[in-house]
Design a binder for this molecule. Structure first.
Ligand code: ACO
Length: 442
């Protein structure tokens, strides 16, 4: 990629010149081209050259970093991890392999995969003192609240992997988070039930272990169904990374100041929790339950279209996808597979979701705005079918996305161009004014 200085000499071949209509001054900026996707205008020297900032609330037209991990073509509905299509990864890979790919950039050999899986499996136990830490929460705490607190607190338990300048410590912290997240998630659930925490079992794979810790009790083993474990593994793959979304950008921004990785991932969990992001899977199920029957769909569609009403069709729309979210297609397939394997012939929520999707996709409001179902539209129905309670939906998303956050955080720390993230603003408050003593106000 070229990065010519701005405004001096001959403009680089691919460049953009802006003219300030007030002063008539022209400034030229280089245009950079990645491997795929739209070109970007390199505005790093804009302020120095023009005394102006860009203004882009919600970063709708701003590339915040250079990355080699994930690529999305929202117009075509394409999602690639390290160049591999999500459809191929979902069909032929497994979550451990995808974790390795995201972290290291290549698919592992057999030995590499065995070593990696062994290391992750042998880091799944958490510090015993975390029992007491979790005991401090109210019983009715939302599991996402427990996740934010406990993951942030890992930095107090694992001091030996918080030096971000040490590549070995960075990798230890990364493995720890990927490995321990299912344990913490399952314990957050057990705590809400008042059941004893279940320890991980090294003879189980990642998805099986999570199901075991969620559903076994000391009094009774949980027979892990291979079908359910496979479906869960696929869900984990589909949520593993998604480029510079809100939570990933939060992790990068938190990490840009040099904060330790556990604190950064806790910040990502907090961002994921919102209903406009990962919290949507919980919101979709609540919405479908509220709609209740197909004859009420019209009423909810009308509410979603009403600009004066805050209601939005949850699980619909995406900042980047202006086409079907490829993960939603795969999730819908999985939904059918899981229901078939479980012998569920009639799932009213799935039937309702399909009818809602059909009606929305024929409605000009959704068609004109290119609002399609996103990954969250179907995931809740599968979670429900495999027995995951609604309050754990977003937690599962956090478990899966941890590898993406960690890979993106490592990439940022290793980037020689990395700087503290410090956006500027369009200030519209008061200009400087004199202080008025208390007695003279009013
Ligand atoms: N229901 C009704 N209208 C919608 C919806 C929706 N779900 N999503 C977008 N719109 C409308 C907006 O009102 C707006 O209409 P207007 O142009 O008349 O004002 C237009 O579509 C564009 O929407 P924006 O809000 O500008 O799009 P943005 O990119 O900012 O938002 C978002 C994307 C947050 C995902 C949004 O579509 C939404 O809230 N969807 C529902 C929540 C959801 O499913 N989130 C999960 C996202 S995927 C993920 O995080 C894993």
């Amino acid at each position: 990629m070229s990065s010519d200085p701005i405004g001096n000499g001959t403009p680089p071949e691919d460049s953009v010149t802006i003219v300030n209509n007030a002063s008539g001054r022209q400034v030229t900026f280089p245009v950079l081209q990645g491997t795929c996707g739209p070109k970007v205008i390199d505005v790093r020297k804009l302020y120095g050259a023009t005394d102006m900032f860009t203004y882009d609330p919600g970063f709708t037209a701003t590339g915040s970093c250079e990355s080699r991990i994930t690529f999305i073509d929202g117009e075509a509905g394409i999602l690639l991890h390290r160049g591999y299509a999500i459809e191929e990864l979902a069909a032929h890979s497994d979550f451990m392999e995808v974790c390795y790919l995201l972290l290291y950039g290549e698919l592992p050999t057999i030995e590499e995969k065995d070593r990696f899986t062994h290391s992750i499996t042998h880091h799944t136990m958490v510090h015993e003192q975390l029992h007491k830490f979790i005991d401090g929460f109210r019983r009715d705490a939302h599991p996402m609240a427990i996740m934010c607190g406990v993951v942030g607190a890992l930095s107090a338990f694992y001091h030996d992997s918080t030096d971000i300048g040490d590549p070995y410590q960075r990798m230890v912290a990364s493995y720890r988070m990927i490995a321990k997240m299912p344990t913490i998630a399952a314990w957050a659930f057990k705590y809400s039930l008042g059941q004893p925490f279940m320890y991980p079992r090294n003879n189980l794979n990642y998805a099986e272990n999570f199901l075991h810790m969620m559903f076994a009790t000391p009094a009774e083993d949980y027979e892990v169904s291979p079908v359910i474990a496979k479906a869960l593994d696929r869900i984990l793959i589909l949520h593993a990374d998604h480029e510079q979304n809100a939570s990933t950008s939060t992790v990068r921004l938190a990490g840009s100041s040099g904060a330790n990785p556990f604190a950064c991932i806790a910040a990502g969990i907090a961002s994921l929790w919102g209903p406009a992001h990962g919290g949507a899977n919980e919101a979709v199920l609540n919405m479908l339950n509220e709609i209740g029957s197909p004859n009420r769909i019209g009423e909810f569609i009308d509410k979603a279209k009403d600009a004066d009403h805050p209601f939005r069709l949850m699980g619909f729309g995406h900042r980047v996808y202006k086409n079907f979210d490829p993960r939603a297609r795969l999730m819908r397939e999985s939904c059918y597979e899981v229901l078939r394997e479980l012998g569920i012939e009639h799932e009213p929520l799935l039937e309702l979701a399909l009818e809602l999707e059909r009606i929305a996709l024929e409605d000009s409001y959704f068609v004109d705005r290119r609002l399609y179902p996103n990954v969250d539209f179907y995931s809740g129905i599968i979670f429900k079918a495999i027995g995951i309670p609604v309050s754990m939906f977003t937690v599962l998303f956090a478990v899966a996305r941890t590898v993406g956050w960690v890979a993106q955080w490592n990439e940022m720390v290793e980037d020689p161009n990395q700087k503290i993230g410090r956006p500027r603003q369009l200030y519209t408050g008061y200009a400087q004014r004199g202080f008025v003593p208390l007695a003279e106000r009013g």
